[in-house]
Every structure is written in C-alpha cells, then in structure tokens.
Design a protein around this ligand. Structure first.
Ligand code: NAI
Ligand code: MG
Ligand code: MG
Ligand code: MG
Ligand code: ZN
Length: 455
C-alpha cells in the first residue's frame, strides 16, 4: 500500500470511528475497495464504528455491502465488538433478523455464526437440473462462469495485497470459449452449481414473474478433469495454477469462494469415487446437472424407487466441545498428525441408526473415557474432504477422568478457560495452540468463551 493509500485508509477509519457518515460516504465513492480494508491493528471501518456505537456509519457500511463476518487479529467480528462494548442497537443491526427471532423463538441464542465453507453465494435452482434445454443454453451463454478442477483441486490465480502481508487465493473464473473443447471429452464431469443470487432476495421470492428473472442470472458450473494439469492450465490466459493437494490450501480462499468450492469439490469427489453402480456394478450415466448417476442396466434394482446410491453423499460428523462439570475447563484432544502443541475438539462420524446426541456421547467416551450428559447443537459446517457435514455441539461432562483411546488420538486433556482464552484471543501459543478460524472447532471454542464471558 502506498503512503497516500495508507493515509486515505486512516482517514476512512477515523471517520467511521467518529461517526462522520458524510466523510465515510465520500471516501467510499472515491475508493470503493476501502470498505473492507483493515488498519494496522487489524480493524476495519465496521469494527471501528461498532466499537464506538456509531449506528449511522454501521448502517451505511452495511448498505454498501461490507463484509460483516470479517475478523480482527483477536478473531472478533464487528458483532462481537459491539456486544462487548454494550451497543445493543448495533448488535441488532449486525444480527439482521434478530428482533423477529427474539419475538418468535424467545430464548434462542442469536449470535450470528457463519462457518467457513458455509456461505451460499449461488442460488442452486435444483428444479432446473432436469431442464435439459435450459441447461444447454446456460452452458453456451457467454456470461456463464466455469470453475476448473484437476483431481479435485481448483484452478486459482494468486494475487498479492495488503503490502504483501496477505496473499489472496482466488478461483479462476473461465468462460464457455475457454472450456468448450474440454466439455466434449468423455471423461470430463460437468456440475451445475446454480445462478448468481439476486441483490435483494427478500423482494422477489414470492412473485412468479420475478422467478423468471432468477433463471436469467449468470450460471456457474464446475468442470472436473483428470487430464494433464499443464494442458488444462492453457484454458486460462492469466497466471494461474491448481491448488496444492494439502487441505490447508483450501483454507486460503475468500468466504465466497470457499462456499462454492465446498459444493463443487464434494460433488466432484463423489463422481470420482462412484463411477460404477454401487448396486450391480454396471456403468452409469451422469444426469441432472451432475447431481445424479443413473445405472445403465435397465434390470438394476436402483432403477426402482429412490436410491440414495444415485445421489451425491454427505457424511454427518459430530464435533463437540465438552465442558467440565465445574464449567471452567474444556476437553480438547490431539491426533498424531496435528502440528506440535495443537489441540482441538473431539469429533467422529455418526453411525447408522444413531442420533446426533448419542453419537456425541459415544465418540467422547470412546476417545477420552469421559461420560457426557446434555448435548446442545450450535452450528454446522460443510467440510468438503471429501463430503462431511460437521455438526457442532456443546456437551456437558458427567465424569472427569480421562482414558485416551490411543488408536484414535494421541492425548486429551482438560484445559482451563483462561489458557484457552490466552491462545484464542491473545495469540499466546506457548502452552496451547488451537485450529485456525476456518474450522468449526475454532468457532465452537470461541462460542463457549463468548457465552461465558458476558461479552
Ligand atoms: N472442521 C473441523 O473443525 C474438523 C473436521 N474434522 C473432520 O471430521 C472427520 C471425522 O473425524 P474423526 O475423528 O476422524 O472420526 P472418528 O473418530 O469417527 O474416527 C475415524 C474412523 O472412523 C471410521 N469411519 C466411520 N465412518 C466413516 C466414514 N463415513 N468415512 C470415513 N471413515 C469412517 C474410519 O475407520 C476412520 O478411521 C475427519 O475425517 C475430519 O475430516 C475433524 C475435526 C475437526
Ligand atoms: Mg472416534
Ligand atoms: Mg475422532
Ligand atoms: Mg467413529
Ligand atoms: Zn446398477
């Protein structure tokens, strides 16, 4: 960032903190990108306004589409900050539908929580998956966006920003002309992801006339190919590459891109693992915009009734922060593959014929020997490695002695709340390091800290 840009950003942040709406609006019209930029302390304008109770500025920034989920270097959103400083009117503004929620579901926790991989930037329009001619028109439409995947890794361009501190990984958005030869190859898999969302979704959902306009919006497709990566990169004229196979690379995307990748990658992973009919072993045909594989054998049992083998699978996983009966410690464990010093929430696959609460109790007891009583759902997260749905819960321990199942985890311990806070909010990793903010494990821990600190 040049010194002029830095100075403009400082003026913008000051204006937001002071509540000078006119100055904020003027600077926004001159430098629209400034809206989410963060100053030296990691705070953006929304956080500054939230800190100082500047309602009008918060309203103006939201109107201009600022990112209300962005976090400062202590992992706090603008909502967390407003709550901490007691600006309830700002919390309501940032929480969106909270007032209605309080009225119809009194007592329900309203803390807005959006997990990484969860953002839906597209309207899936599942009813259009069977409309072949609509789909073909969309495929050829020059406005259509194609995302290319090689062996499940998305094609990205890498751009530097924020004085080179943060490197943003951005999905390459290709056009029909770029991929049309690839689409003709028999091994290419094409997935219809949806259309771009309307700017104001509430105004049009009921009108059938406007329903039509939603279909007119630009469509997005994912293209999966296992061909030579070097050849595939020629589809794009910009400098780009395929993300490395390391799953941490997937955590470098923006929230918007991560949401689309979660959808595309899970469906493509299903195609790559389920090429043959799981019921009779015959070949299959891809249908419904990539959301179904039908068996080619007309005698196959999967042709009758609804067969879940024909549709992409989602595997439920429970992930839980277990709280000590004393209330001031939580149970965290570590797998051998974790970086040194890192502990996380316990987790495990839900088994057939098992409800979420029982899966939590069973997995905690199996892995740590601790018995769990009440279980409360907090939030969920798609985890596209390859297709888990993480179901995040808080659970209360009924016993405290720990016996680690060494096949699954290396260690499990009770950690005092203060030590967890030091690591989470102050970045003190000397005694404990926690998983990054993109994981629901991190968000569950943060949720517990917030709940119990009168923030
Ligand atoms: N986003 C997040 O914060 C976190 C995500 N996770 C994800 O949750 C998943 C499950 O957690 P674990 O502790 O590994 O589960 P786990 O405690 O149930 O143990 C895994 C074992 O369960 C068996 N298993 C049962 N059903 C399975 C299925 N559908 N697919 C694969 N294996 C199955 C396998 O033997 C596997 O080795 C992990 O694979 C990981 O990707 C785990 C922790 C944090
Ligand atoms: Mg387990
Ligand atoms: Mg486990
Ligand atoms: Mg298990
Ligand atoms: Zn079959």
């Amino acid at each position: 960032m040049s010194s002029v840009e830095e100075e403009t950003l400082q003026r913008f942040l000051d204006a937001a903190a002071r509540g000078d709406v006119n100055h904020v609006t003027t600077l926004l019209s001159q430098v629209p990108l400034i809206i989410n930029q963060r100053g030296t302390n990691g705070w953006n304008a929304l956080m500054m306004a939230a800190r100082n109770g500047q309602y009008d500025v918060v309203e103006e920034l939201l109107k201009h589409g600022c990112d209300k989920f962005s976090v400062n270097s202590s992992s706090q959103t603008a909502h967390d900050i407003a709550k901490f400083w007691g600006h309830r009117h700002i919390c309501n503004l940032l929480g969106g539908a909270n007032d209605v929620c309080q009225r119809v579901l009194p007592g329900v926790d309203q803390t807005p929580q959006e997990n990484y991989f969860s953002r839906e930037t597209l309207e899936r329009l599942s009813e259009k998956r069977t409309d072949k001619s609509w789909m073909e028109d969309k495929e050829r439409d020059p406005r259509t966006v194609y995302l290319l995947f090689n062996n499940l890794s998305p094609m990205v361009g890498v751009s530097q920003r924020d004085q080179g501190e943060r490197v943003e990984t951005k999905l390459c958005r290709l056009k029909y002309e770029d991929v049309k030869n690839l689409l003709n190859k028999p091994t290419t898999v094409l997935i219809f992801l949806g259309v771009e969302k309307r700017k104001n979704p509430l105004s049009s959902s009921t009108s059938s006339q406007k329903e039509g306009t939603s279909c007119e919006l630009p469509a997005w497709f994912a293209v999966g190919s296992d061909e030579d990566a070097g050849e595939l990169l020629k589809c794009c004229s910009d400098k780009c590459c395929f993300l490395k196979k390391d799953h941490r690379e997937l955590l470098k995307l923006s929230e918007d891109d991560a949401g689309v990748v979660a959808q595309a990658r899970s469906v493509l992973a299903w195609h790559s693992r389920y090429s043959w009919c799981p019921t009779c072993g015959s070949g299959t045909r891809v249908e419904e915009g990539g959301y179904k594989r039908s068996c080619l054998n007309s005698e196959c049992r999967s042709q009758q009734g609804v067969h879940n083998t024909c549709y992409p699978r989602v595997d439920p996983v429970v992930i839980m922060l277990v709280i000590h009966p004393g209330g001031n410690q939580c149970l965290l464990g570590r797998k051998k593959i974790f970086p040194a010093g890192m502990f996380s929430c316990l987790a495990g696959f839900v088994e057939a014929g098992e409800c979420v609460e029982e899966a939590v109790r069973r997995e905690v007891e199996e892995e740590s020997g601790v018995k769990v009583g009440p279980v409360h759902y907090v939030s969920s997260q798609p985890w596209p490695l390859p297709s888990s749905l993480m179901i995040g819960c808080l659970a209360v321990a009924m016993t405290t002695s720990i016996t680690v199942d060494e096949n699954e985890i290396e260690d499990a311990q009770w950690f005092p709340r203060q030590q967890v806070m030091d690591s989470l909010l102050r970045g003190d990793r000397s005694k404990l390091s926690l998983p990054p903010r993109q994981t629901i494990a991190h968000q569950l821990i943060k949720h517990w800290i917030n709940m119990t600190s009168n923030l």
